[in-house]
Design a protein around this ligand. Structure first.
Ligand code: NAD
Length: 494
């Protein structure tokens, strides 16, 4: 099968089809499989390999063997390959978007403007970033004259673990810099959303990525993810996912001296000051709460609004949230289905908690029943609650769905303290027309990224990552290349 045939199979499947591991440039089936469910119908649509340590070992072996020659290729060669990958994905953008949507539940229209273009951008960005990467040098004069210079060298086999919310987008944000820097890769995508990663393997073949340079092993965390992160020939692990699993990976790999990057959960505050232009801000604030069904690690989940504008804001917010269309992802909708039944139950359990603690619902609350083919899908209405305390579970725990807490505040100092009052520190947004206030507050918020009068604007040269329980390390042109390389200082004392 080639890419065109694989795309065709996934696009037109009328019964579940099997995807296969990609090891040493070949597609390899497994005996055991996991059912992958289309969240908008609740029906199994693909069978994903349920890999274990055996397949992981084969993939690591292949990547380890390929490392020597790949790490010695020129950056220009690697850049050309990454650009080819970007071109091929871009040429098939609509098909990738339709399949990402079917696998994950997100609207096709969102995948067309966010997921797939960003995957293309990731490959193109690191294809050029690596060409412009330079190293430090210094001519030392005392006590001896010596030329000191740094070389950044690829490390080996990178173990890459990614989540289900932005499957292609986040996986490519790891594969692209790892390859650009000269490492080989074993990736383990989420068992809930594996299909586009399997298609990406066909793209690698078509782009001429040599055998063994990229390997993709599918399966769940304990059986496939853990042997990968623990493997002695995997010196570098990049993980994006929940704080629970990130901490577990940190714990179990601690004695093994691996280089570790952890991008984890969040509970992001959005602060709306009295001077904010609420009408202008509202469409972006709504997106920050409900895009991708609220399943973006950077989505707003705690909305603090100044008390003097709270009532008016709450009315406008509910109107805008109620106007969002939830429905079949292939239609012109704002929200599709949440990723799985298990996640649907988790999200709706928080709606139950809100009811139990006597919260006031600004919108949402009722469950949503779609008809026909979508009646067994996992759909949740945009939901916002108020009248809850800062230490309630709704305000402290990551819900990772379209359920938002909206609370009033009175003073700047108070809202900063309350915004920082969670274990997480991934991102925050601040809306105010007072420029000095915006920057004063941004300095004090505990977050890796603070958006001021905007949201989700990303420039890949800038560091991205979390503080506190949201992560360890940064990703960007410079940070990712540094992460995927080892710096060596060479001193020439002649
Ligand atoms: P998860 O932690 O359950 O799973 C993430 C990945 O880890 C999956 O591929 C999973 O199979 C694997 N995994 C699970 N157990 C493992 C183990 N013991 N060893 C190795 N791998 C294991 O996360 P999820 O539910 O897929 O994704 C949602 C979470 O991801 C949310 O918490 C969200 O905030 C977070 N996230 C963070 C960022 C970020 O940039 N900080 C981006 C996207 C998502």
């Amino acid at each position: 099968m080639d890419l065109a045939e694989a795309l065709n199979l996934a696009l037109n499947a009328t019964s579940p089809f099997a995807i296969e591991n990609f090891i040493n440039g070949r597609f390899v089936p497994t005996e055991r499989v996991i059912d992958s469910v289309d969240p908008s119908t609740g029906q199994v649509w693909a069978h994903v390999p349920d890999s274990d340590a055996v397949q992981v070992n084969q993939a690591v072996e292949a990547a380890d063997k390929a490392f020597k020659s790949w790490s010695q290729t020129s950056v220009q060669y690697r850049s050309t390959i990454l650009n080819k990958i970007a071109d091929i994905v871009e040429a098939n953008l609509s098909a990738f978007a339709a399949i990402e949507s079917k696998d994950q539940g997100k609207p096709v229209n969102l995948a067309k403007v966010i997921d797939v273009p960003r995957c293309v951008h990731n490959f193109r960005f690191f294809a050029t970033a690596i060409l412009h990467d330079t190293n430090e040098s210094v001519m030392q004069q005392e006590p001896v004259t010596a030329l000191n210079y740094v070389v950044k060298q690829p490390i080996g086999v990178a173990g890459l673990i990614s989540p289900w919310n932005l499957p292609l987008y986040l996986l490519s944000f790891k594969i692209a810099p790892a390859l650009a820097a000269g490492n080989t890769v074993v990736a383990k995508p989420s068992e809930f959303t594996s299909v586009t990663a399997w298609l990406l393997a066909y793209v690698f073949q078509e782009a001429g990525v040599p055998e063994g340079v990229v390997n993709i092993v599918f399966g769940n965390g304990p059986r496939a993810g853990e042997p990968l992160v623990l493997h002695p020939r995997v010196p570098i692990v990049s993980f994006t996912g929940s704080t629970l699993i990130g901490r577990r990976i940190a714990e179990i790999t601690a004695p093994l001296n691996k280089k570790l990057s952890l991008e984890m959960g969040g509970k992001n505050p959005c602060i709306v000051f009295e001077s904010a232009d609420v009408d202008k801000a509202m469409p972006t604030i709504i997106k920050s709460c409900f895009s991708n069904q609220g399943e973006i690690c950077l989505c707003t989940s705690r909305l603090f609004v100044h008390k003097n504008i709270f009532d008016e804001f709450a009315k406008k917010f509910s109107l805008a949230a109620n106007a969002l269309k939830v429905g079949a992802p292939q239609d012109d909708v704002d929200l599709g289905a949440v990723v799985s039944e298990q996640h649907y139950r988790k999200i709706t359990s928080y709606i139950g908690i809100a009811r139990d603690i006597g919260a006031t619902f600004l919108c949402g609350e009722r469950s949503l029943h779609l008809s026909n083919g979508n009646k067994s899908g996992f759909f949740v209405q945009p939901t916002a609650v108020t009248n809850i305390s800062d230490d309630s579970r709704l305000m402290q725990e990551e819900i990772f769905g379209p359920v938002i807490c909206v609370l009033p505040f009175e003073t700047e100092d108070e809202v900063i303290t309350r915004a920082n009052n969670v274990i997480y520190g991934l991102s925050a947004s601040v809306w105010s027309n007072d420029v000095s206030q915006v920057h004063r507050v941004a300095q004090k918020l505990q977050a890796g990224t603070v958006w001021c009068n905007c949201w989700l604007v990303r420039e890949l040269n800038m560091p991205f990552g979390g503080t506190k329980a949201s992560g360890v390390g940064r990703e960007s042109a410079k940070d990712s290349i540094e992460f995927f390389t080892e710096k060596k200082t060479v001193i020439d004392g002649h």
